[in-house]
Design a protein. Structure first.
Length: 179
């Protein structure tokens, strides 16, 4: 995880915490990822702190945080000490490009696994919405903030529609029940 980038933790966490240990579910994984990327601080630290809290409370949260930051601190100390020797080394540059490819494959693998799970739970409409948002952003240049506001507005409209439909159906049932 240390060398493959920040978003690779999702794949590693899924394999370890969802599949191997069963500490969290795929839904928890998605929720914790969204929260970790939404609040201030390092995404990885935020994510693992939440998992630690889920498993062992405050102590688990603290231990998970220390465990997550120890390796990068030691590694970065080592790298900064020898940075002048690493920067122009062709082998190191090739290694880092290879790590980028490995990170991409990990992220795509998790994306496909979680996407398949989401499709089974929510249906394919989620991918239609995601595709529409991507197209609006990429092809029409609509900013992400506007797309989020559009999504919130659409959610409100759909929620109100569903609520009114339920009220109307309940009213119709009551009308049928009264003699």
């Amino acid at each position: 995880m240390l060398l493959v980038g920040t978003n690779s933790y999702i794949g590693i966490a899924r394999k370890k915490f969802v599949e191997a240990l069963g500490w969290i579910t795929d839904e928890d994984l998605l929720n914790y990822t969204v929260i970790a990327e939404s609040v201030p601080g390092g995404n990885v630290c935020n994510f693992f702190t939440m998992v630690g809290y889920r498993v062992a409370g405050v102590l688990g949260s603290a231990l998970m945080y220390v465990g997550v930051i120890t390796a990068p601190v030691v590694f970065m100390t080592f790298v900064t000490m020898f940075y002048p020797y690493f920067i122009d080394n062709r082998l190191v540059q090739t290694f880092m490009y290879g790590m980028t490819a490995a990170t991409c494959s990990i992220i795509v693998n998790v994306l496909l696994d979680i996407g398949r799970s989401t499709a089974q739970q929510q249906g394919w409409k989620v991918f239609g919405i995601t595709g529409a948002a991507f197209a609006l952003n990429f092809f029409l240049g609509i900013k992400t903030a506007w797309l989020i506001l559009l999504g919130v507005a659409a959610s409100v409209v759909v929620s109100v529609y569903i609520f009114l439909k339920r009220v109307r159906d309940q009213h119709a049932r009551r009308k049928e029940e009264t003699p």
